[in-house]
Design a binder for this molecule. Sequence first.
Ligand code: NAD
Length: 500
Amino acid sequence: MARELTHFIDGAHVKGTSGRFADVYNPATGEVQAKVPLASAAEVDAAVRNAAAAQPAWAAQNPQRRARVLLEFVRLLHRDMDKLAEALSREHGKTIPDAKGDVIRGLEVAEYCIGAPQLLKGEYTDGAGPGIDMYSMRQPLGVAAGITPFNFPAMIPMWKFCPAIACGNSFILKPSERDPSVPLMLAELMIEAGLPKGVLNVVNGDKEAVDAILDHEGISGVGFVGSTSIAHYVYSRGTAAGKRVQCFGGAKNHMIVMPDADLDQAVDALIGAGYGAAGERCMAISVAVPVGEETADRLMEKLAPRVEKLKIAPYTDGNDADFGPLVTREAQARVMGLINKGVEEGAKLVVDGRGFKMQGYENGFFVGACLFDHVTPEMDIYKTEIFGPVLSTVRADSYETALKLAMDHEYGNGTAIFTRDGDTARDFVNRVNVGMVGVNVPIPVPLAYHTFGGWKKSVFGDLNQHGPDAFRFYTRTKTVTSRWPSGIKEGAEFSIPTMK
Ligand code: NAD
């Protein structure tokens, strides 16, 4: 019998009461291993009231005390790393080393947030006028919420709740219904680390819970990560309800390979960035753009045999697998449909993984690695985010054509250039309209103390995730002008004060 998962409210696991559930699969076997409750608007409301009640006392603690909870949380994440990685792989399907990376990239944001006392320091002008001082404070929003995707079930929830909580907010996390166990475990660990009950709550659910969050008057800020159409929807509905909202969406990341690039390095990069986590990463490279026919021919010659040799396996098969299954049967069918479409559209399928079957795991959601050549910008496989182990190659006749491809694509999350020429790299970095750029680095995911965010249709909103922007997003500024001690002894002023 499938386990029944819970919500996590007021520091405890709480059973769902809506009567609605979603199946949580083991993607390697295709079996349903748990069912997750889908919250009703009434359940969301109860969680928000609880979070609102807990928030003032949490905000009143000095920032150093709040930071100490995160310090302890980091220690507990290390203690439970194996357990977390196993739970993550069991629901997501990624390999154990990759699952640990998922936890660590979240943990690093928790580490950054330990610096909250420094990051929350305001601005102060001594003597802004005669006897007048002026200062700006950063105050929490109140209750904030995070709606997160399936592909990083540890990292992205931590990107959301660590800075929000460090700033003195309480938080409602609505994780993906595909892999909700790790978010629940993270909430347990925060309580063990000393977080007061009610400050971090996990409400599982689908569109109904999301809509309830977006409409709820008690929530002041919402952070979202997921596909672009939902990101746009969440941004529109949340801002219409007067909330501060930041939404991070889909991607189609191009890697430009110049004729002077070290092709062995470029091939290594494309293999890891294109096929790692079965391509289910918003920073995956999904388009290779070799510049010049000769570069393209040499690249394909080296790339194809490497793609053929990729080892696909369930996470239980040891640590030498390159990637595992996709997250659901629907994802598998969608990716297979797009590969078929690419063939119909006339792209050349150089490595065809469609027939891949994992022995002993025939019902798992596996798709073999695919490599396309001669993809063109009109094709669906070029325009759409595939989110599977499929790399498309678009041949460009010049650097300018390659740059234009990346610039004309509707998404602008990440991109990379491989070259030995500093001048070309510099030009690319300056001109490309993409938020995160790698020079001889295929997945330029910024570290915790920089900020993460794309451009164009990869984002709705104006501040990035983690780094200093997160502290701006989860606080609002209050600016105080104070005059001591002269008061109004010289009489009231009736015209607006100016710098005379
Ligand atoms: P998704 O959009 O299906 O789901 C994201 C969240 O939205 C989930 O919590 C889900 O329950 C909720 N949701 C789904 N349908 C909804 C609806 N109709 N109304 C309201 N809420 C809804 O995304 P996913 O499949 O979980 O994740 C993959 C996507 O996320 C990819 O497009 C990937 O590029 C993107 N992503 C982006 C970033 C980034 O930082 N830009 C990072 C990771 C993933």
